[in-house]
Design a binder for this molecule. Structure first.
Ligand code: CAA
Length: 368
């Protein structure tokens, strides 16, 4: 098991030496393949932070995971979302819900960075209403046949293994989770979408055309897939919060660098805005680390993770927008660090549950 100090040192070295040099190319969509990012993390011993050591992982904490995602996102939000989905909603459900056979077959490959993991819940017709998914899983001889299409999947076309939620019956109790390998017959992906930001991360459609999935690849009991997905997202939202904190910090770094260039303290600088940006970023970081510590303590974080995700992702958009204003006119150019952060920030308010969905989750919990 990796100590917290060792994890911090590895994180720092990885973010500065591996991610910083490729960040400009990633921001243009001309960086390395997503699998390269996860394999580089694997070489640094960081592709399985949450995976127990006996399955080849670092056996680390969610606090360490959040600090890692934040540090990567400060340099490059595209790399951060690739690693976040891989480590969190892609791998963690296998750690939590997998049987020993599934853990031994998949965790070592994911933790070493040999394989990239994806999470396939969303469908075009259902959107935020996850329970409306229509992908079918029909029983066949020794397993199931999955047919349907998933939309807006991070890593579609790049991932080696997808956690796929499909319908084995009606309602939320008629959804089942499956581990689907991309190499299997009938699995294909659409072309990566041209997004407004996060150009280095692939997002697209995942199509399953009568894909045979052996019973041994059903994750959890039949009918428990909705809970698997929502539990994965509770913890996953800590990762997105951490990504948002990293983006906010990267935007603030750009604004402070510009203010220093313009003369620093005492010069004609909008110090009030810089101070507000720092205060909101620090608050988002504290909130995120607090929820990560709750996950480590085994507490249910449905409401707290939604609060952190809502606050941190709203903060990263506001801070990045302010950074663009403070760095004008240079920040009007697409590859300016503040402009990159603003374009990357918006997706954080949308994925792993839109911020409207976070409000639904928070209000429901308050009123139950
Ligand atoms: N954990 C475990 N179980 C949960 C749960 C949770 N957080 N929340 C609800 N459940 C259970 C309930 O207890 C209930 O169980 P029973 O059947 O035993 O009673 C069951 O799930 C159904 O619950 P609800 O009636 O509350 O379900 P709903 O349909 O009303 O869900 C919703 C509403 C929670 C808002 C849900 O639709 C939701 O979370 N939507 C957002 C989906 C989302 O986040 N998508 C992100 C895609 S992944 C992604 O973006 C990754 C990426 O690319 C970066």
């Amino acid at each position: 098991m990796l100590t917290e100090t060792a994890l911090e040192e590895r994180t720092e070295a990885f973010a500065c030496e591996v991610i910083r040099p490729i960040a400009p190319a990633m921001a243009r969509g001309a960086g390395p393949h997503p699998k390269h990012i996860v394999s580089a993390a694997g070489e640094a011993g960081l592709a399985g932070i949450l995976t127990p050591a006996r399955f080849g992982g670092a056996g680390g904490s969610h606090r360490g995971f959040a600090a890692f995602i934040e540090a990567v996102a400060r340099e490059c939000a595209s790399s951060a979302v690739i690693l976040d989905v891989h480590l969190s909603v892609g791998t963690e459900p296998i750690i939590v819900f997998g049987d020993d056979d599934q853990k031994s077959r998949y965790l070592p490959r994911l933790a070493s960075g040999e394989w990239l993991a994806g999470f396939a819940l969303t469908e075009a017709s259902g959107g935020s209403d996850a329970a409306a998914l229509q992908m079918r899983a029909e029983r066949d001889s020794d397993g199931y046949r999955l047919t349907g299409a998933k939309a807006f999947i991070t890593g579609a076309g790049a991932a080696d293994l997808y956690l796929v939620m499909a319908r084995t019956g009606g309602g939320t109790r008629g959804i089942t989770a499956f581990l689907v390998e991309s190499a299997w017959e009938g699995v294909r992906s659409g072309a990566p979408l041209r997004k407004m930001g996060l150009h280095g991360s692939w997002t697209g459609e995942l199509i399953l055309d009568s894909v045979h999935v052996p019973e041994a690849n059903r994750l959890g009991a039949e009918g428990t897939g909705f809970k698997v997905a929502l539990a994965a997202l509770d913890s996953g939202r800590v990762g997105i919060s951490a990504q948002a904190v990293g983006i906010a910090q990267g935007a603030l770094d750009a604004a402070v660098a510009r203010a220093r260039r313009d003369g620093g303290r005492g010069a004609d600088i909008d110090e009030m805005s810089l101070a507000d940006m720092e205060a909101h970023t620090v608050a988002a970081r504290i909130m995120t680390r607090h929820v990560a510590a709750m996950v480590d303590a085994g507490e249910r974080v449905t409401r707290d993770a939604a609060v952190a995700k809502l606050y941190a992702t709203d903060t990263c958009v506001e801070v990045a927008q302010k950074a663009v204003e403070l760095c004008a006119p240079e920040s009007g150019v697409a590859d300016h660090p503040a402009a990159v952060r603003l374009c990357d920030a918006k997706a954080c308010q949308i994925y792993e549950g839109t911020n409207q969905i976070q409000r639904v989750v928070i209000a429901r919990d308050l009123l139950k």
